[in-house]
Design a protein around this ligand. Structure first.
Ligand code: ADP
Length: 271
């Protein structure tokens, strides 16, 4: 990779760039956070019934890491994710994706940013039934009129590990395989960040484990950035860090989580 001064993002890299985990740098240059929230506040409704879903949250999502967001039901996890992904707007404060302040964008610009720079994985796989697995993976690129980076797509498809099932339609795949296709679809455009909302919520523990291993590989081997909302301590244990929310605020960040330490912490938070 060419060495350059200043800050650059994962989107600047080519498929052949090598990530060096121990150095925590790409090509000798420190990366900026992938997403940043500054005093992010979201209030639903008004007057006596107003709900402060996010209360002055400041958070930097590190690039090329797997970050889990946990907290009791109603603590603001979905709201935080939606606001960081440009799916919902803040009442006050700011969210940056890379160096772009989402609050300065028109609806059209926001749609384009989501399409070009963000990937999504939902609990429901949301695959199109009439397309093959492979066609589902490349659909967002095709819709955007973008050519797939062949080297990158090849790596995504190798990592997804579906072999000849790529020619199958979703109805011919298990739930776990369908979710693998959905994660590969999110990766195909090489987004700067992938937001995953309870991605293993519909899966048995074995299939869930495969999805989490796939996401882990996308971070470790492909340098992707993933933010995952989950209530499952086993899922959170695959992340590098867990951000705990309660009542719309960050109450803790845990590095190197295990299922046990996460579970204990969740109990302490009363969820
Ligand atoms: P979580 O994802 O942690 O369960 P949410 O972000 O969904 O939490 O919700 C945080 C708070 O905001 C809750 O009190 C919820 O009831 C409220 N809330 C979320 N969405 C809306 C909405 N569209 N209108 C009114 N209140 C909402």
């Amino acid at each position: 990779m060419t060495q350059r001064a200043g800050i650059f993002t994962v989107a600047d890299m080519t498929a052949n760039d090598v990530y060096s985990p121990e150095a925590d740098i790409w090509g000798g240059v420190q990366l900026a956070p992938a997403v940043r929230a500054e005093m992010a506040t979201k209030v639903y409704g008004g007057g006596a019934t107003a709900v402060r879903a996010l209360d002055a949250v400041s958070l930097a999502i590190p690039a090329r890491r797997f970050t889990a967001i946990m907290g009791p039901s109603g603590s603001g996890k979905s709201t935080l994710m939606h606001c960081m992904a440009g799916l919902d707007d803040l009442t006050s404060g700011r969210v940056y994706v890379g160096d772009v302040d989402l609050g300065t964008l028109s609806d059209k610009e926001l749609t384009r940013l989501r399409r070009d720079r963000i990937g999504f994985v939902f609990q429901a796989y949301n695959l199109l039934p009439m397309l093959t697995a492979r066609e589902n993976i490349t659909l967002p690129l095709d819709l955007a009129g973008r050519k797939a980076d062949r080297g990158w797509l090849g790596r995504v498809i190798d990592t997804v590990g579906l072999g000849d099932r790529l020619k199958h339609r979703p109805s011919e795949l298990s739930g776990g395989q369908q979710q693998r296709v959905a994660v590969a679809r999110a990766l195909a455009s090489r987004p700067e960040v992938i937001f995953a909302d309870e991605p293993t919520g519909n899966l048995d523990s074995r299939s869930g484990g495969e999805i989490l291993a796939f996401m882990r590989a996308a971070v470790d081997e492909m340098g992707q950035t993933i933010v995952m909302v989950t209530h499952d301590p086993n899922a959170a244990a695959h992340a590098d860090e867990v951000v705990f929310l309660a009542d719309g605020r960050i109450v803790d960040v845990m590095a190197a989580p295990t299922a046990d330490t996460v579970l204990e912490h969740m109990k302490a938070l009363g969820s």
